[in-house]
Ligand binder design. Structure first.
Ligand SMILES: Cc1ncc(COP(=O)(O)O)c(C=O)c1O
Length: 429
C-alpha cells in the first residue's frame, strides 16, 4: 500500500515494485467459482456475436428493435435543456438529487395520460423508472424466488427473459395464435400457481401480435380467478397504424375493480414515443406494490435522472400528440413497404404476421430452416441482417422463426433487403 497522501500515479520505490510483482503472481480469483449461481446462465449469445458483424454500410439491417434517430424530437429536447441552463436556480435543482418516486409534474402528467386511457391512479400509483426495462428487473426482484413459476408467451420479449432469469424462475411458456396467448395453455399454466403472467398485448416485440379485446377479457377472467397478477408491458402501444386502439389490460382491470388498478402491474415508457437515451419510463400499480418498488428503486439507483425527467416532462407537455402523428405516418410507410415486399418476394411455405402497429414483422420459415444459420449466411452472402426468433423463446424453440424490424430502414431499402432475404429463403430449407 502507498502511504497516505502518495499520489496514486507516483512510481513506487524499486523494492515495493518487486513486492507488488511477487504478490500479483500469487493472487488469482477463480471468478467462475465466486459468481453467484444465478448468473451461471448469463452467457454471451451466438446471435449477439453474429450481430456484431452488421455495423457495415452495405448491410441492410432489420435486426435492431430501435426507433429511428432521424425521427427523434431533437430540437424540442435541445430547447428544453437550454431553458434549464439559462436559469441558475433551475439548473441547480435539475442537477440535484431528487425524490425516488420521480419528478412530481412528470408523475402528474403520467396520471393524466393514464386517466385518458381509463386507468385512474393517484400519485401514489406512479414510480418513474430508468426505462421500462427497469420495471421488468424490479418485477423480477419483487415477485420471483428461485424455482417460482412464471408465465410468458412463446415468443416473448428477450429483455424480459434477461430481466427475470437471474431470479431463477421456472418458465411456463405458452403458445400464441393470431388473437393472443392460447387460452387452454394459459389455463393449464395458471393451474400450476405461477407468480405472474408477463404480456406485451400491443404489437408485441418480437412477433407484432396484438391481443384482441375478447382475449384480453378472457385473460383477466382466468388470471383473476387464479389470483395471478398480469404484468402489462406497453412499450409499443402508441404506435398503431390501422384500426382502433384497444383498452389497456390495466384499464380493464380498473373497470373490474371499482375504478382501482388492482391486479395489473403496468410498465410504460417514452423510449419509443420520444427517445430511449433519456431512459424515462414508469410503473403503475396498486399503491402497496408501488411502495415496495420505490424501496427497490432507492436501493438500486436512488432515482431516475432529475434533469432528464424535467426535460421529458417539458417536451411531452408540448409535443406528445403531434410527435406521435409523425411517428405513425413514417413507421406505417415502412411497415407497408415490408409487407408489400414479402407479398411480392416470399417463397411458398414462408408465412409472416401483419402487425397493426409497432416495429416488427415475424417470419415463420418452413421447418428445418435454422434462423441462426440463415443469419450467418444472410450477413455473408446477401448483406442483410435480422434476429433469429429462437432468442425470444424461453424454451429455445422457434428455430425456424425470424424477427424483422422495419423501424430504421427507408422503404426502398426495405424492399431490396426483403428481396435478398427471400432469395436466401428459397434455398434455405
Ligand atoms: C417489449 C419491450 N419492453 C420493454 C422494453 C424496454 O424499453 P425501455 O427500457 O427503453 O423503456 C423494450 C425495448 O425494446 C421492449 O421491446
Amino acid at each position: 500500500m502507498f502511504a497516505r497522501g502518495t499520489k496514486c500515479n507516483a512510481r513506487p520505490p524499486e523494492n515495493d515494485t518487486k513486492l507488488l510483482i511477487r504478490r500479483r503472481s500469487t493472487v488469482s480469483v477463480d471468478w467462475g467459482h465466486v459468481f453467484a449461481g444465478r448468473v451461471g446462465g448469463m452467457t454471451a449469445s451466438e446471435i449477439r456475436e453474429l450481430l456484431k458483424l452488421i455495423d457495415r454500410p452495405e448491410i441492410i439491417s432489420f435486426a435492431g428493435g430501435i426507433p429511428d434517430p432521424d425521427l427523434f424530437p431533437s430540437s424540442a429536447i435541445a430547447r428544453s435543456y437550454e431553458k434549464i441552463f439559462q436559469s441558475n436556480s433551475g439548473a441547480g435543482a435539475a442537477l440535484q438529487y431528487s425524490i425516488t418516486e420521480g419528478y412530481t409534474p412528470l408523475r402528474e402528467w403520467i396520471c393524466d395520460y393514464m386517466g385518458g386511457k381509463g386507468v385512474n391512479i393517484g400519485l401514489d400509483g406512479v414510480l418513474v423508472t430508468n426505462g421500462s426495462q427497469q420495471v421488468l428487473e424490479f418485477v423480477g426482484k419483487l415477485l420471483i424466488g428461485p424455482g417460482d413459476k412464471i408465465v410468458v408467451t412463446r415468443p416473448t420479449y428477450l429483455g424480459a427473459l434477461q430481466a427475470f432469469s437471474p431470479y431463477e424462475p421456472t418458465y411456463l411458456s405458452i403458445p400464441m395464435d393470431e388473437e393472443g396467448p392460447e387460452m387452454t395453455a394459459l389455463t393449464e399454466a395458471l393451474a400450476q400457481k405461477p407468480k405472474f403472467f408477463y404480456l406485451v398485448p400491443d404489437f408485441q416485440n418480437p412477433n407484432g401480435t396484438t391481443v384482441t379485446l375478447a382475449r384480453r377479457h378472457a385473460i383477466l377472467d382466468a388470471c383473476d380467478a387464479a389470483g395471478v397478477p398480469v404484468i402489462e408491458d406497453t412499450a409499443y402501444c402508441e404506435l398503431r397504424y390501422d384500426g382502433e386502439h384497444l383498452p389497456l389490460m390495466a384499464a380493464l382491470d380498473c373497470e373490474r375493480n371499482g375504478g382501482k388498478l388492482t391486479n395489473v402491474i403496468f410498465g410504460g415508457t417514452f423510449s419509443k414515443t420520444m427517445v430511449p437515451a433519456m431512459r424515462v419510463g414508469w410503473v403503475n400499480a396498486a399503491p402497496e406494490v408501488v411502495n415496495r418498488l420505490v424501496l427497490m428503486k432507492q436501493a438500486a439507483d436512488l432515482h431516475a435522472s432529475t434533469i432528464n425527467q424535467i426535460v421529458m416532462h417539458d417536451v411531452v407537455s408540448q409535443i406528445f400528440d403531434s410527435h406521435l402523428k409523425l411517428l405513425r405516418t413514417q413507421y406505417k410507410e415502412r411497415r407497408d413497404a415490408m409487407l408489400a415486399a414479402l407479398d411480392e418476394y416470399a417463397p411458398p411455405g414462408v408465412t409472416w404476421t401483419k402487425p397493426e402497429g409497432g416495429l416488427f414483422v415475424w417470419i415463420e420459415a418452413p421447418e428445418g430452416v435454422d434462423g441462426t444459420e440463415l443469419l450467418a449466411r444472410a450477413i455473408k452472402e446477401a448483406n442483410v441482417a435480422f434476429v433469429p426468433g429462437s432468442a425470444f423463446h424461453a424454451d429455445r424453440s422457434g428455430k425456424n422463426t425470424l424477427r424483422l424490424a422495419f423501424s430504421v430502414t427507408k422503404p426502398a431499402q426495405i424492399r431490396e433487403g426483403i428481396r435478398r432475404l427471400c432469395e436466401l429463403l428459397k434455398t434455405a430449407a
